[in-house]
Design a protein around this ligand. Sequence first.
Ligand code: 3IX
Length: 229
Amino acid sequence: MLRSCAPRLRTLGALRGLTGGARPAVGDAGPALRLFSSEKFIDKDRSLPNPSWSKEIRLLFDQFMKKCEDGSWKRVPSYRYISPQDSKPTKEEGQMSRARIFSRSYDDGLGFEFVMFHNDVEKRTVCFFQGGPHLQGPSGLLHGGALATMIDVTGGVTAVMTGEFVMTANLNINFKRPIPLGSVIVINSQIDKVEGRKFFVSCDVQSVDEKTLYSNATGLFISLDPEKK
Ligand SMILES: CCCCC/C=C\C/C=C\C/C=C\C/C=C\CCCC(=O)SCCNC(=O)CCNC(=O)[C@H](O)C(C)(C)COP(=O)(O)OP(=O)(O)OC[C@H]1O[C@@H](n2cnc3c(N)ncnc32)[C@H](O)[C@@H]1OP(=O)(O)O
């Protein structure tokens, strides 16, 4: 077994920028690279621009990175793998599990390309999403399940950023207009109410120019009962 080169990262801690690993850039809520200790295995932060990103999503990325400079917004890092420390033991000793986070399981440009920014004070998250060709539903249009995934992940991140690990209990999505495959859309998510372990979240999905409301949704996310964990 290879020797540890960096501390393992706890998932929530990494998301909130509280634990080690490669040093986060200004405005980032976590490290750009995670090095898993036992395998010398590097998992890169996939919410950074790659060559498949259109000019439009890059522009939005740049605009929000500027907003991060005063600390009001943070870019939310996003990885393909859950760290071995947080994974269920489905892997053979010393080998990475084949399990990948669904929304990060495609190669660059083919599936879910997105970046999220979170505002702690306003308890809201903005996601810029570009759906790749492997997310087609009706001809030339984004599959509704792909949009549901992004609404789920954006709403989930909004709740998780409060510091609790949550599961999705329900989602109610209105699909109002079809989304052209490959276009960039903006998902805005906010916490409307917290009741004990229940986080009530709402989302809207719009075109970048805000002229088209593609979808709106509500979701209930529930943090795990410590007694049942
Ligand atoms: C989050 C996992 C993501 C995995 C990635 C891991 C690492 C990356 C880290 C962070 C990533 C960041 C964000 C991404 C986040 C999310 C995106 C993906 C999320 C998922 O892909 S996640 C999979 C799909 N998801 C499930 O697989 C849930 C199955 N389910 C359960 O595991 C339980 O069902 C649970 C835990 C939800 C609750 O169970 P429980 O035992 O703790 O609570 P209990 O039943 O006692 O309910 C307590 C109170 O909630 C009310 N209540 C319950 N359910 C309700 C419902 N549906 N509608 C209305 N009210 C409901 C009750 O009525 C009661 O209300 P009251 O207290 O007022 O009586």
